[in-house]
Each structure stands twice: as C-alpha cells, then as structure tokens.
Design a protein around this ligand. Structure first.
Ligand code: ASP
Ligand code: MG
Length: 416
C-alpha cells in the first residue's frame, strides 16, 4: 500500500487566500526549460496567462540535467558530501531557470521577480535531501502579485527551521507547485511537462495507449508509486490532502492534458481499469533472522519507503526503490540478506475495481495465456501488481492493455 506522511497545510494560508481569486500556479519541468529557446517559450506562456487577467505564480525546475550534473560534481569532489552542502549546491539549478526566465519576461515588457524557495517563504523541516514543507509564509509572493508581477519561485527547495537551505527530494518541484497552489488558494495547479498527460500505459511500449482526461487522486497515487513517472509521488499525496486539482499537460502544445481530481461516477462507468503501469526493475530483498518489527524500524530510520512485503515463516521478502540506502540499512542491522534484480512489476490500476469483481481473474488468465508467471503479487483496493521476470514486463503490459480494452475511446474518460 502507498502511504506517505501527511504534510499539513501552512496555517497562514487560510487567512490570506479565500479573497484572492484568479491565482494560477504553473509548474514547468526540466525538459520544458531545457534551453534558452524553451525558457523564452515559457516566458511567453506566463505572459499570456498574465494578460488573460490571472495572478501568475510559476514554479520552475532546473534546466535539463542540471541537477544530475551537480550531484555528479559533488561526488567527484568528495565520496561522501555532507547533506547540508549538497542541498546548497543542488538548489542552485532552479535559481538559474527562474532568474533567466524573469529576464525573458522583462524583455516582453512585463514585470517579473524570481525568488528562491527561502525568499518565497517556503519553510521546511531539517531533513536535508528530503525535507518536508512545514509552513509557507506567502507575504512576499502576495505583495509581488499585488504589484502585478509574475512571480517565479525556484522549485524543489526551502529554508529549514534552522535557517539552512533544504531540498525536497528528486522531482520535488512538483511538490513546491502543489504546496503553493494550496497555500495561495489557486484554482488549479498546472504541471507542464514533456508528455501530453497521463496515459493508459507507457506509449513507448503500447502504441495505441490513450491519454486519460481524468484520473482520481487515489489512482494517480497508485500509478506514481508503481512506475508512472509523470509526477512526484509526494506531490500527489499533498494534492489529495489539500484538494488541489492538478492538470498535467504538455508545455509544447495548447492541448488539454489529464486532470487529477476527486473521484466521480464517470470514472467508474466505462472502463474498470484506468491504466497499466510498470517498473522495469524492482529491487527485491530476502531477509532472515530478524523480526518484521525490527526490520521495518531499521528501514524507516533509514528513510526507506518499503513497497511490497511478503512474510512466509522466518523469511521476509520486500521491495524498495532506494537500493543504496536499503543495502546500508541491512548491513547496519547485521542480518542475513540477499537481493535479486531480475524482476520487474506490472500493475493494473482502477477505482472501478473496488466495486467490480473479476479484475484479478482477468489479469491472471491474461498472464497465463502469455506464459508469464507472477512470482509475487501485491494488491490494494484499486491496484493489483505482479512481479514478473524483467524480460516479460513489456509483453505483459501490452497483453493487459489489450485484455482490458484500454485502446477503446471510452477508456480515455471525460472531464468537465
Ligand atoms: N531539479 C530537481 C530534480 O531534478 C527537482 C525537479 O526537477 O523537480 O530532481
Ligand atoms: Mg519532474
């Protein structure tokens, strides 16, 4: 099951928001700000939103691979860079995008101001590299909006209660955007990215995959946790907890994308399944000689999100994304363990499966017909995930997409 710690909404937000309609938060990912031309295109889009009468807050990611490059540089200079210094370093990428974009907006004859997370009043706890937002002191943003400026906020970062610069974890600009949308009372949070939206399966694997018009928060959480890479998992949890509607769309076109919002009847009517997701590689661990309580305490202390867990007798099998951290935690625990990475996972997800039986039956018979044998199965009320040999993952995705008829027009659902 997918659970994340609840991030509370900053108290300051509720007093300041309700009266200020027409605020939009627009987030642009790394590819969308990948070079100077793209930054200029983002500037034009922001200006258009401003000219349409909106109070515009933009959250930008770092350009292209900047963050990866900075992380690489840190490890080149030191085998174990201190987390505080790493955050000082990798928070810089977003600052570059925002200041450059502000310059481009000025050249279009509009007012804009770029702010670091700290200047924007994003206060976090002290967990470097995976900080949680504890407060948003939005006064400065409001003042700039009142002065008719477009406000550019560096994503992925904040300032801790100890006054250090922190980052929110990889992909964290999504969370910055959602948190700002909640704190500013924005009508929606637009996530501009390099894909057209959320699809019924990865279009690189399934040619006739469809763009979904609407997905529920619960479905999106399961999708993000089981391989859909379009949104950071935490940002979806935040959006659900604070009722922020998300619109995931392409920064390269005007077309509508996918709305992520509260579940409604229409999501349950047509297709039982909203999509098939996959992970090409799963790190599966096998541990013996330790109680589940001890093991999972150690993993939690290491900040590791455990996914699937199976216990049979003295043996515990689980999967986790953070390979290095998990290895280290198990070493510290001093238990007997082994790992295998020859498995991937394929999952079917859909709010409709809560009320309609037969999804598991169809999934297993489809896999059987394909001659694919699931080794581990994990379920939630709206997801069934099968661990299958890595080499079979793509075939399984294609077969399940066909079996659940996700290529039909109805599978795309409707919004609005
Ligand atoms: N630049 C950061 C990263 O690459 C944050 C983000 O893009 O959301 O993880
Ligand atoms: Mg991203």
């Amino acid at each position: 099951m997918t659970t994340i710690e609840y991030e509370s909404l900053p108290a300051v937000a509720s007093e300041e928001t309700a009266t200020r309609a027409g605020t939009v938060v627009m987030k642009f990912g790394g590819t969308s700000v990948g070079d100077v031309e793209r930054l200029k295109a983002v500037a034009r889009r922001l200006v258009a939103a401003r000219e349409a009468g909106n109070r515009v807050v933009a959250v930008l990611s770092a350009m292209g691979d900047t963050t990866d490059e900075l992380v690489r540089l840190a490890h080149e200079i030191s085998p174990r860079p201190k987390a505080r210094e790493l955050d000082m370093l990798i928070s810089v990428g977003e600052r570059i995008s925002c200041s450059l974009c502000a310059m481009a907006i000025h050249d279009l004859g509009h007012e804009a101001i770029s702010l670091t997370g700290s200047q924007a009043g994003i206060v976090t706890d002290t967990a470097h590299g995976k900080a949680k937002i504890v407060d948003i002191r939005a006064r400065r943003i409001h003042e700039a909006l009142d002065a008719e400026r477009i406000v550019l906020v560096a994503g992925f970062q904040g300032v801790s209660t100890d006054f250090d610069i922190t980052t929110l974890g990889r992909g964290g600009s999504d969370t910055t955007a959602v948190a700002l949308a909640a704190a500013l009372g924005a009508e929606a949070c637009e996530i501009y990215t390099d894909v057209d939206g959320v699809f019924t399966a990865d279009p690189r694997i399934v040619e006739n995959a469809r763009k979904l018009h609407a997905v529920s928060y619960g479905e999106m959480l399961e999708m993000a946790a089981s391989g859909a890479r379009v949104l950071q998992l935490r940002s979806v949890e935040f959006a659900r907890n604070h009722d922020v509607k998300l619109h995931v769309r392409s920064s390269f076109s005007e077309a509508a994308g996918t709305w992520i919002r509260e579940e409604d009847e229409r999501m349950l009517e047509k297709a039982l399944i909203s999509g098939v997701t996959h992970k090409s590689v799963e790190n599966v661990y096998r541990v013996e000689g330790v109680s589940a309580a001890q093991l999972f305490r150690a993993l939690a202390e290491g900040g590791i999100n455990v996914d699937t867990v199976v216990q049979t007798g003295p043996e515990i099998v689980f999967s986790a994304d953070e390979r290095a951290e998990t290895d280290a935690a198990l070493e510290r625990l001093g238990v007997e363990w082994s790992t295998r990475d020859d498995l991937g996972q394929v999952s079917v997800i859909g709010a409709g499966m809560r009320s309609h039986p037969g999804v598991a039956a169809k999934m297993f018979s489809t896999l059987e017909e394909l001659g694919i044998e699931p080794e581990i199965v994990s379920t939630s009320p709206i997801k069934i995930g099968c661990f299958v040999p890595r080499d079979d993952v793509e075939r399984a995705v294609q077969g399940l997409h066909d079996a659940f008829e996700l290529d039909r027009p109805e599978a795309a659902r409707t919004h609005g």
